[in-house]
Design a protein around this ligand. Structure first.
Ligand SMILES: *[C@@H]1O[C@H](CO)[C@@H](O)[C@H](O)[C@H]1NC(C)=O
Ligand SMILES: *[C@@H]1O[C@H](CO)[C@@H](O)[C@H](O)[C@H]1NC(C)=O
Length: 381
C-alpha cells in the first residue's frame, strides 16, 4: 500500500518539522530571556496597553460613576510621572448632595473617614482594564473603602521604564501621597495582584524597616519570586517553560543569574511586620497555588523549631543523621499543628491562620476564587 506509506511518511516529516520549529522557538525564547530588554518585556508586559488608547481622564468611560474618580499624576523622587486614580468610597460619594464638581477637596475627608486600599495591579494592561475596574467597584461599595490605583512607570500614561527598584519607588510615592493627604498608616490596606504582590511585598518590607505598620497586606495570586515563577510556569497552562533546561548542566543557574527583575517576595518576608493575607485560587493557570504555600511557610518558619538538613554531597547519611532529621520534622509538624488553625470550607476551599504577636498571617485557598468577603471580615473593612 504505497499510498498509506507515503501518507505516514509525509506525516512523520511534518511532525518532525513541527518539533524542530517548537525547539527553535523554545531556544529563541530562552535566549531572549537572557537579554534584560526582553526579560523586562516578558516580566512586565507593559507594552500590552489594554484597553487600547484608553482615556484616563474620563474614568466614567470604563464603568465608574460620574466624578467619583480623581485622575491625577504623582511625581516620584527620581522624577517619573505616574498616572493614578483615586476612587471615592461609597458612603462619602452617596452622602454628597449632588455630583461633585471638584473632587480634590473631597480627598482628605474621605481618607480620614474610611480605610483606603492601595492597589497594585499585575503585569500587562492598565488601571482602566475591565477586571481591575470591577475590583475598584467592589472595594468601594462592598467594603466602603477608598481605592488608590496606580500605573507603574512604563505602564499606561506613566513615564519611564519598569524595573524592580522603580516599581517599588512608585509604590512608595503612592503610599506617601495617601499619608500626606491625611490617611493614617493603620487605615491603609496594601493589596497586590500577581506581579503587584511582588511590589506590595517590597513596599511592606520597606515600611516594616521604618517601623511603619499598615492595616494589612493582601497578596492575591502571589508568587514567591520571579525565578520560581519561571521554574513553575507552563506555557498555555501545559508546556513547562524551564523543565527542558534541567537537561543542560548549568542552564537554569545561568537564567537565574541573568534575571534582573527578581521580586523576591520570600526575602521580603522577614521585614514585613503587618498582618498578611495570602489568597490563591487552586485553578490558577499562571501561578500555581504552591507559591502561596511556600510564602505562607516562610511567614510561619520563624515560629517552628529549626530543621538542619545536612549537606548531602557524595556521602550517604548515617542512620543517626536520618533519625535526627526525622525527629526535627516531627517536632515541626507538632508545633505547626499547635499554632496553625486549619479550616476546611466545603465547596469553597480552606483557611490556614496563625497569630504572631499582634498580627495574623492567613492563607486562603479557594477552588474558584471569591475571597472578598473573607478579606473584608479579616481587616474590619
Ligand atoms: C464633573 O466635574 C466637572 C468639573 O470638574 C464638571 O464640569 C462636570 O459637569 C461634572 N460632571 C457631572 C456629571 O456633574
Ligand atoms: C530587610 O532587612 C534587612 C536588615 O534587617 C535589610 O538589609 C534589607 O535591605 C531589608 N529588605 C527590604 C526589602 O527592605
Amino acid at each position: 500500500m504505497p499510498g498509506l506509506l507515503s501518507t505516514l511518511e509525509s506525516g512523520f516529516v511534518r511532525f518532525r518539522s513541527c518539533v524542530s520549529i517548537a525547539a527553535v522557538g523554545y531556544a529563541a525564547l530562552i535566549t531572549l530571556l537572557c537579554f534584560p530588554y526582553f526579560q523586562a518585556h516578558l516580566v512586565y508586559l507593559n507594552a500590552v496597553r489594554l484597553p487600547f488608547s484608553a482615556d484616563f481622564t474620563t474614568p466614567e468611560k470604563y464603568g465608574l460613576a460620574p466624578n467619583r474618580t480623581l485622575n491625577f499624576r504623582l511625581t516620584t523622587p527620581d522624577s517619573e510621572s505616574i498616572g493614578a486614580w483615586f476612587v471615592l468610597n461609597d458612603q462619602h460619594y452617596q452622602s454628597l448632595p449632588s455630583i461633585p464638581q471638584d473632587l480634590s477637596s473631597l480627598i482628605q475627608p474621605a481618607l480620614q473617614s474610611r480605610p483606603t486600599v492601595l492597589f497594585f495591579h499585575g503585569n500587562a494592561a492598565t488601571r482602566a482594564f475591565k477586571v481591575r475596574v470591577a475590583i475598584y467597584q467592589a472595594l468601594t461599595t462592598r467594603w466602603n473603602a477608598n481605592v488608590l490605583a496606580i500605573d507603574y512607570r512604563g505602564f499606561a500614561d506613566s513615564t519611564g521604564k519598569p524595573s524592580e527598584a522603580g516599581l517599588t519607588t512608585d509604590a512608595r510615592t503612592a503610599w506617601n501621597w495617601l499619608v500626606e493627604n491625611g490617611a493614617r498608616s493603620e487605615d491603609i490596606l496594601i493589596m497586590g495582584h500577581s506581579l503587584g504582590t511582588g511590589v506590595s511585598s517590597q513596599l511592606a518590607a520597606q515600611l516594616g524597616d521604618e517601623g511603619i505598620t499598615p492595616r494589612g497586606v493582601i497578596l492575591c495570586s502571589p508568587f514567591s519570586s520571579i525565578r520560581e515563577v519561571l521554574e513553575s510556569y507552563h506555557l498555555f497552562g501545559m508546556v513547562p517553560l524551564m523543565k527542558p533546561l534541567h537537561l543542560l548542566p548549568g542552564a537554569t543557574q545561568l537564567v537565574s543569574r541573568v534575571l534582573v527583575h527578581k521580586f523576591d517576595s520570600l526575602k521580603a518576608v522577614k521585614n514585613i511586620t503587618a498582618s498578611v493575607l495570602i489568597a490563591h485560587a487552586e485553578d490558577d493557570w499562571d501561578i500555581p497555588s504552591s507559591h502561596s504555600d511556600v510564602l505562607f511557610q516562610a511567614y510561619l518558619d520563624p515560629l517552628l523549631p529549626d530543621l538542619n538538613v545536612p549537606d548531602f554531597g557524595p556521602k550517604v547519611l548515617s542512620a543517626e543523621e536520618w533519625n535526627h532529621m526525622a525527629e526535627q520534622r516531627k517536632a515541626r509538624q507538632v508545633k505547626r499543628a499547635e499554632i496553625v488553625e486549619h479550616t476546611e470550607v466545603p465547596h469553597f476551599g480552606s483557611l490556614d491562620e496563625f497569630e504572631q504577636g499582634d498580627r495574623t498571617v492567613t492563607l486562603v485557598k479557594t477552588h474558584k476564587g471569591g475571597v472578598q468577603d473573607i478579606v473584608k471580615k479579616k481587616f474590619n473593612m
